[in-house]
Design a protein around this ligand. Sequence first.
Ligand SMILES: Cc1cc2nc3c(=O)[nH]c(=O)nc-3n(C[C@H](O)[C@H](O)[C@H](O)COP(=O)(O)OP(=O)(O)OC[C@H]3O[C@@H](n4cnc5c(N)ncnc54)[C@H](O)[C@@H]3O)c2cc1C
Length: 466
Amino acid sequence: MAASTAESVPLWPNGTNSLPPNPFPADQTLPFWRTELHELDNHRSTPELPESCDVLIIGAGYSGASTAYHLVESYGDKPLPSIVMVEARQACSGATARNGGHVKPIVYFAFPRQAAIYGNKVANEIAEFQLQHVLAVKDLVEKENIDCDFQLTRACDVFIDQGYADQVTASFNKIKASGATCVRQVQYTGARDAEQISGVKGAKCCLTFPAAHLWPYKLVMHLLSRVVEKGVNLQTTTPVTSVSDAPDADGSWVVTTSRGTIRAKKVVFATNAYTAYILPQYSNKIIPCRGICSRIVCPGPARAPHLPNSYSLRAGPGNSDYFVSRADGSIVVGGAKPFVSVRKDLWYNIVDDTKIVEPARQHFDGYMQRNFRGWEETGAYTDKVWSGIQGYTTDLASHVGEVPGKAGQYIMAGFNGHGMPEILLTSKAIASMVKDGKTFEETGLPMVFKTTQARLDDDRNHIALG
Ligand SMILES: Cc1cc2nc3c(=O)[nH]c(=O)nc-3n(C[C@H](O)[C@H](O)[C@H](O)COP(=O)(O)OP(=O)(O)OC[C@H]3O[C@@H](n4cnc5c(N)ncnc54)[C@H](O)[C@@H]3O)c2cc1C
């Protein structure tokens, strides 16, 4: 499996060492999740951008909305500082609205690659942190009564190639033998029963573990409406073009946007794949990478059997898909990796989410009929295909905390295509750093996420197909 054979790729293909132009092209592909728009989608709380604020959050995706939510929550009934949130395009129009809707801890799959860099203890810590999110997100949805189709489920990773299944079985056993606690949550099923348990034709082994799925746009827009109601000033279609190198005389950072400048005592970069455009020290460290997703529906009133699990079908290294099965009978499936990941020019260092990779549509057509028992006669077809931009990090860990050398600037970005099981608790930690001045160490986050100068100075690149 790719996880055990990390390919070390040269930074910035073609030796350009530069970011692609125009990070925010218009006419993005339309994801299913943005087909029911919220009234705050294009919101500007005030016609003019405020001149200054205490806290400026850049980015209104899951990271930005969740940081604002935790910040506002932490003040309780006390008066809020002035909080402004700026977003380049519409609210929740980036990766969060274009993903697979999967809150899926990567319990065992990424473990070998992470362990190769950081050791077993850290790999286990990351997996446990991700596992915590399944119930943390459920608790949030229940506490705030968020209408976002949340479903607690089990992820089912299915291996359909014998050689690949043998590799993952050996790797899984090795993780177990290491004493890693995270794999206690994993149920392994071998060749004899894998097809019956998974429902996937030709399954050679499968592994299930706790997960959830939801409508990510609805989750984020609910959080945004909560904070806007409490006084957070949201400014959509306001790209930030630069942030001053040093604070001004009164200790504020001067943030330049397409609509003028705003001075902020503290700045949170919740900018994921686009971070390096305004924090150039993260160039070559957080790489924008394109992903593809689709929605498959069944025609007419007849529905295919509901799949209680969510899935990843893993045919080989760099050849996998993942999907969630929704209560409306549709399937949201992402990946199409054989058509995307194998051609670095189609996915690596790309910010264009206006196009899909055309063979991907063909890959999703007939996907359920080809792979799942009981779907053969359903007539299921691909209703929508879209693309989105993920932030991959060269050392496979997100960057979280105070930006090195920039007191009062905070970052949470680079979720390696798996932000849904990391963002909620990461943003809670960021909120406590911003409000209470907590150090990274005091937040209890996995230390490996701490953004440091040493990480920025490290030229290795562990991004691989997976
Ligand atoms: C196709 C695809 C499938 C995925 N599937 C899954 C999945 O199933 N499960 C999972 O866990 N993860 C998945 N991911 C990854 C997940 O979506 C991300 O990790 C997560 O959404 C990141 O949230 P975010 O808020 O940090 O980033 P985003 O949602 O991208 O939000 C960042 C926001 O910042 C704004 N911004 C950036 N720079 C500026 C600027 N200079 N000025 C103003 N605004 C700015 C952007 O416009 C954007 O709206 C997928 C991603 C993609 C693209």
